[in-house]
Design a protein around this ligand. Structure first.
Ligand SMILES: Cc1cc2nc3c(=O)[nH]c(=O)nc-3n(C[C@H](O)[C@H](O)[C@H](O)COP(=O)(O)OP(=O)(O)OC[C@H]3O[C@@H](n4cnc5c(N)ncnc54)[C@H](O)[C@@H]3O)c2cc1C
Length: 610
């Protein structure tokens, strides 16, 4: 079937209109008044990305106007939480600008809670401020809409395009409209990837009908990683997957409970278990356990050990706090503003937190770059602050010329969250505008043969289905093609069992990882036979392609780092301890799409802040 091809030319192309993408779009216009700024999004930026359903807190705000924290403090905090390994130059760069971003959100109409006594933003914790954030995303999206030359919603970007003249320079992207099926060729001088993190690469706790209930957004499909990986960009810390302790079955947030309502956890027998595990953790990771606050992964570890010792379930003690009507309201509003389903789960399970202390559990692992974890692309740092080894071009440019990133896309910078992701989008955009302005006449060009070849590949699953559908038995079973859901479940099983998912107690080792890579290799071969009956499934097929490539990257990194740096996130059974002598470093990977091989290396961690 012939499909319409739509060409879109721009100076700056932003891929993904979530928090970072909206920040990038907004700031591109500020610095590039006359430039053509295009944002492309697979959903609709009005309600897309991890903030789609709203948030109840902005988790990264310094409060410099009131002398609450300084950027250096935030770097120390993130470094401590990530067991010593963060890109301090990138983190500092975000922290010094993030307050200005939050002030803009308020100016644009985001309702902030204020402390009635001081008039300052209401703090939930040292870094978090509380908001009435149901409409957080529409408010941020409006700013991006007004700034962009064009927003293209409902277009799934599948591949980046490279310059026909210079192999390591980006020249645009291709994708398809998930409603009309039109083929899109975006030609751009600079591309900013802001396509979010990755859920559903490890088997989730909720399966079957419930599989859409994951902690990270189910539509975060690893494009932020697969797009640069395929183009040959270096990635960092991809082994640093995150596991969250959350309310059971609904993944409801616990931050406001711990920080604002001052609730606490205990085992099934009413005991505080964290202190009990301190000495054994010290034997694994040394002094890191004595740091304050105790790193997130180590708190997970204590909970997991307590469960293994047979003293579960672990419960959040809400009964005391919920006796206070104000705290009770805050507790419920916390869910209604961002995770309504947790309230529904509690109602359906007869849990009134005033009467029953609800259970906590740990999630399946996710890959992302903006929460208490820092997987993503290896990026050049700010000119005035990054060590020379971390500077090879413009700020936030990856190891590919003209290719920038922000938010979950960029590695090494944990704890940026929603506000920091938007801020990093702004930082990347400012640098991208500079790159475009300094480009002169030496502009990238796109070869017709490249995008025509990709068009063939992109729509192949529709063709596979058309040819193979007559052989289907039992509704879904086909001898000649694989459905996206079947492929996804196969991926999740491999990652779960071999790369440290929930059913393996987050534990793996070299033989397991090696076997996992073999099985991923076989899955990759079978992806050529994906079958899609319609455009929706075609999108699922490409989301799966992206997830598989990102998963392979995670597995390679996990194999390379021969230590257990973050117990509670994952364990290398064959290297059960943290090893600062050999592994106080970043891990880097680079994929060669011709050979399918991965090149691994170490990069130094520079401690710029004392
Ligand atoms: C459950 C949960 C709770 C959180 N709580 C908080 C909190 O309380 N406070 C806080 O500050 N932060 C919180 N965060 C973190 C915050 O949401 C993220 O840090 C932030 O959204 C990351 O921004 P991003 O732009 O990188 O990704 P996203 O905001 O997820 O945006 C990615 C965008 O890319 C689009 N996209 C993906 N693939 C493609 C493709 N192939 N083609 C085109 N478009 C694509 C997506 O549709 C999406 O719009 C929370 C996150 C989650 C999931």
């Amino acid at each position: 079937m012939s499909r319409k091809t739509v060409f879109v030319d721009s100076d700056i192309l932003v891929v993904g209109g979530g928090m970072a993408g909206c920040g990038a779009t907004y700031e591109s216009r500020y610095w590039g008044r006359d430039l053509k700024i295009v944002c492309v999004e697979k959903a609709n930026i009005e309600r897309s990305g991890a903030v789609a359903q709203g948030l109840y807190a902005i988790n990264c705000y310094m409060g410099m106007q009131w002398g609450e924290n300084q950027p250096e403090d935030h770097v120390r905090y993130a470094r401590n939480d990530l067991m010593g390994l963060v890109r301090e130059d990138l983190g500092y760069d975000i922290a010094r600008h993030v307050d200005a971003t939050v002030h803009k959100f308020e100016e644009w109409g985001l309702p902030m809670m204020r402390d009635p006594k001081t008039g300052r933003y209401q703090r939930e914790g040292k870094w978090q401020i509380m908001i009435h954030g149901e409409s957080y995303k529409p408010i941020v999206a409006e700013a991006a809409r007004k700034a962009a030359s064009e927003i293209h919603n409902r277009i799934m970007v599948t591949h980046l395009l490279m310059d026909a003249k210079r192999p390591n320079r980006v020249a645009g992207a291709v994708g398809f409209n998930v409603r009309t099926g039109d083929f899109y060729v975006f030609r751009a001088k600079a591309v900013i990837v802001a396509a979010g993190g990755a859920s559903h690469i490890f088997k989730p706790r909720a399966v079957g009908e419930g599989m859409g209930r994951t902690w990270y957004a189910p539509w975060s499909s690893a494009s932020a990683y697969a797009l640069p990986i395929l183009a040959g960009a270096k990635m960092t810390q991809m082994e640093n997957r995150i596991v969250l302790t959350r309310f059971k079955d609904g993944y409801g947030p616990v931050g406001a409970y711990f920080l604002h309502l001052k609730t606490y956890t205990q085992n099934a027998y009413g005991q505080d278990y964290e202190a009990f595990w301190r000495d054994s953790i010290e034997k694994m990771v040394g002094d890191y356990v004595n740091h304050h606050p105790v790193p997130t992964c180590l708190r997970n570890h204590a909970l997991l050990e307590e469960l293994k010792a047979g003293r579960g379930p672990i419960r959040m003690v809400t009964k005391e706090a919920f006796k206070d009507p104000h705290k009770e309201t805050v507790g419920w509003e916390n869910f209604l503003g961002m995770t309504i389903s947790q309230a529904i789960v509690w109602a359906s399970q007869n849990i009134d937190p005033k009467e029953i202390n609800p259970e906590l559990t740990t999630s399946e692992p996710y890959v992302m770059g903006s929460h208490a974890t820092c997987s993503g692309a290896w990026a050049s740092g700010p000119e005035d602050y990054a060590p020379s080894e971390y500077q090879w071009g413009y700020n936030r440019m990856m190891t590919i010329e003209g290719l920038f990133g922000a938010g979950d896309t960029i590695g090494g910078t944990a704890h940026k969250f929603s506000s920091g992701s938007f801020t990093e989008g702004r930082i990347a955009a400012k640098a991208a505008v500079k790159y475009v302005n300094e480009m002169g006449q030496d502009r990238p060009s796109v070869s017709e043969s490249e995008y025509e070849a990709l068009r063939q590949v992109i729509y192949q699953p529709l063709e596979n289905y058309r040819i193979g559908r007559n052989e289907i038995v039992a509704g879904t079973v086909s001898p000649s093609f694989l459905q996206p859901l079947q492929g996804l479940q196969r991926l999740e099983k491999i990652m779960d069992e071999y790369v440290g998912g929930i059913s393996a107690h987050y534990t793996t080792n070299e033989p397991m990882l090696t076997r996992g890579l073999e099985l991923l290799g076989m899955l990759k071969e079978d992806l050529a036979h994906l079958g899609a009956p319609d455009l929706h499934q075609l999108q699922r097929a490409w989301e799966l392609q992206h997830r598989v490539l990102a998963s392979e990257c995670v597995t390679q990194h996990t194999l390379f780092r021969q230590e257990t740096r973050w117990p509670g996130y994952y364990y290398r059974g064959d290297f059960p301890k943290l090893d600062d002598n050999d592994w106080h470093c970043f891990t880097l990977s680079q994929y060669d799409r011709e050979s399918g091989r991965w090149q691994m290396e170490k990069a130094p961690v520079y401690h710029i802040i004392d």
